[in-house]
Every structure is written in C-alpha cells, then in structure tokens.
Design a protein around this ligand. Structure first.
Ligand SMILES: N[C@@H](CCC(=O)N[C@@H](CS)C(=O)NCC(=O)O)C(=O)O
Length: 204
C-alpha cells in the first residue's frame, strides 16, 4: 500500500486531500516538527535524503516534491479527473498553476512569515517579501475574478497545489485584501475530501 510520509503543518496536506479525493488507499506515517527549530525530525531523512515532507513511498519508488507527487497520483489514479486533456488550452493554464504554486508563490509568502517570526527590522528581506507577495498574490486574485476554480470550471490538481498558498494568504491576514482568493478558499472548502484532509492534518 502507498505510504504518505506526513509532517504536521506542512504541504503534505495537499497530498492527503488528493489521496482522499481520488479514493486511493494509503497509510499515513506521521512525523512532528521540532518545537524549537520547526524542522522535520531526523527520521524523515531515512525515508528521503532531503528529510522534508511530503514524501510518497510506493512498492517501486520513493518520491519527494508535492508537485511531482500530485502529477504522479493524478496521472496514475485520476482516470481523466482533476486535470484537463493534454494539448487543450486549459492544460496550459493547468501547467502554469501547478508550477506557480511552488515556484513564484511559495517563496515570498514563506519569507514574509519567517520575517515575522524573526521579529527584527530587516533592510532588504522584509520589503522584498512584501513587494513580491503583493505582486504574485494580486496576480492570483485578478485571475480568479468571476471564477470558482483556477482551471476551467472544475477542481484540478492545480487547485490542490494552490490550496497551501491560499492558506498562507489567510495566515498572513490578507483575505480581506484579496477577496477573490477568500471566496476561492470557501469554494475549496465545499470539497468533502479537503475538509477531511484538514481534520486528518489537525489530528496528526
Ligand atoms: N518543494 C517542496 C517543499 C518541501 C518542504 O519544504 N516541506 C516542508 C514542510 S511544508 C518541510 O518538510 N520542512 C521541514 C524541514 O525542512 O525540516 C514540496 O513542494 O514538497
């Protein structure tokens, strides 16, 4: 059976949601962050040299990176669900959002949270994180105008990847500033598998 190596409060929630959405049987192997460093425990390094989560372990291979895991699971178990047809216009959008989540979007948002955790005045990083976050998140907010989902009008892997980003926007207290993203998050919450993933995350 597939094993999901899950760290509390992490991007791994994306994969819990996806596995639940696809109805794939899996075992959740839970790890807890160090209370001081907030890093993963050493035990996760025994599963994958990066020691980060999520990691998916199958009978044939072990794979890290939530985007890669999302693509693998949808291509293997999706049966044409959760991704548009390759070659369609929606597929181009899908590709962009799948990659945007972990590249353009994640860094500035996380930097903003780290600067806040540090609690010190910064000369470069703080203003950089604020300006870049505003740039990339305004883009998402604009693209969501009048839309329920990022790609076409149905849930896709891109939304599951972007759910983590959406939560970071909420965590930064910026839902009011980005109303289309706030509405989008409510739309994601209509999916039972997402609500189940939130509960599994909270319990582990
Ligand atoms: N790009 C990777 C990022 C993985 C990552 O940084 N995971 C974080 C949790 S969200 C982690 O394991 N942090 C603990 C550590 O680095 O020790 C992905 O999308 O899976």
């Amino acid at each position: 059976m597939i094993k999901l190596h899950h760290l509390n409060k992490s991007r791994s929630k994306r994969i819990i949601w996806l596995l639940e959405e696809l109805g794939v049987e899996y075992e959740l192997v839970a790890y807890q962050r160090d209370a001081t460093t907030f890093l993963a425990p050493a035990a996760l390094k025994k599963i994958h040299p990066l020691g980060k989560s999520p990691v998916l372990e199958t009978s044939e291979f072990t794979i890290a990176e939530s985007g890669a895991i999302t693509e693998y699971l949808i291509q293997t178990y999706g049966a044409d669900k959760l991704m548009p047809k390759v070659g369609s216009a929606d597929y181009i959008d899908y590709l962009q959002w799948m990659h945007f989540a972990e590249s353009s979007a994640a860094l500035p948002l996380l930097l903003k949270i780290f600067v806040k955790m540090e609690g010190a005045e910064t000369r470069f990083i703080g203003p950089y994180a604020d300006a870049e976050t505003a740039k990339v998140i305004s883009y998402v907010n604009d693209r969501l105008a009048g839309k329920r989902y990022l790609v076409g009008d149905s849930l896709s892997g891109a939304d599951i990847m972007m759910s983590f980003i959406t939560e970071l926007v909420g965590q930064n207290g910026e839902f009011e500033k980005y109303p289309n993203i706030a509405k989008y998050y409510q739309q994601l919450l209509t999916h039972e598998a997402f609500k189940k993933a939130l509960k599994i995350e909270a319990d582990n």
